[in-house]
Design a protein around this ligand. Structure first.
Ligand code: PRP
Ligand code: URA
Length: 209
């Protein structure tokens, strides 16, 4: 069964409060999402592997460590996932970025795929699929189906706010994909929105409505 990690670091929780606040405008919303993505990336990369090296300091040789250089990929679910990409790239700038375009049909709430472009060496990379919201779970499940169908194997899912319903759906569909979230909220409303959530993440990031 996939593990669920809730990042309760004070900086993440503080910034998330302003992300949730309906009076936060697009510019600040975007900057805060970017900052929280960086902070979450710091936590999510804790299991990166290291190797021993010797380095010459001005005083003499030191036994030290560097990353083994495992290839990484970041996959934002369009549109709102785009808002988290730069924040993650600040910590892992060599990661390649693929895109999976999905929107939720407003009537059925089912995800509709409209775009997929992944790194060519998909089978060799460790992936972080990102989207600010995990609501019914349909979009995350479908994006990960799409990535696995093309050879993706080592996958984590990262979001800002999740509903318990979405976490369960994702865990059931992809028991090998651990889930990293900044806040686990109460429930979904009748329109499939997370309560209390933060509203429509894509619209708030891009200033649309
Ligand atoms: C939002 C959000 C997720 C999805 C979550 O995208 O960014 O992708 O809904 O809902 P789910 O868990 O019920 O599938 P939306 O469909 O609004 O598209 P957008 O990012 O283009 O605004
Ligand atoms: N998508 C959003 O942007 N917000 C929600 O609360 C649910 C799905």
């Amino acid at each position: 069964m996939a593990k669920v990690y809730v990042f309760d670091h004070p900086l993440i929780q503080h910034k998330l409060t302003y992300i949730r606040d309906k009076s936060t405008g697009t510019k600040d919303f975007r900057e805060l999402v970017d900052e929280v993505a960086t902070l979450m990336a710091f936590e999510i990369t804790r299991d990166m592997t290291l190797e021993d090296v010797t380095v010459e300091t001005p005083v003499g040789p030191a036994q030290s460590k560097i990353l083994t250089g495992k290839k990484m990929g970041i996959i934002p679910i369009l549109r709102a996932g785009i808002g988290m990409v730069d924040g993650i790239l600040k910590l892992i700038p060599a990661a390649k970025v693929g895109h999976i375009g999905l929107y939720r049909d407003p009537e059925t709430l089912q995800p509709v795929e409209y775009y997929v472009k992944l790194p060519s060496d998909v089978e060799e990379r460790d992936f972080i699929v990102v989207d600010p919201m995990l609501a019914t779970g349909g979009s995350a499940v479908e994006a990960i189906n799409s990535l696995k169908k093309r050879g993706g194997k080592h996958i984590k899912f990262m979001c800002l706010v999740a509903a318990p319903e979405g976490v369960k759906v994702l865990q059931d569909a992809h028991p090998d994909v651990d889930i990293y979230i900044a806040a686990l909220d109460e429930k979904l409303n009748d329109h499939g929105y997370i309560v209390p959530g933060l509203g429509d993440a894509g619209d708030r990031l891009f200033g649309t409505k």
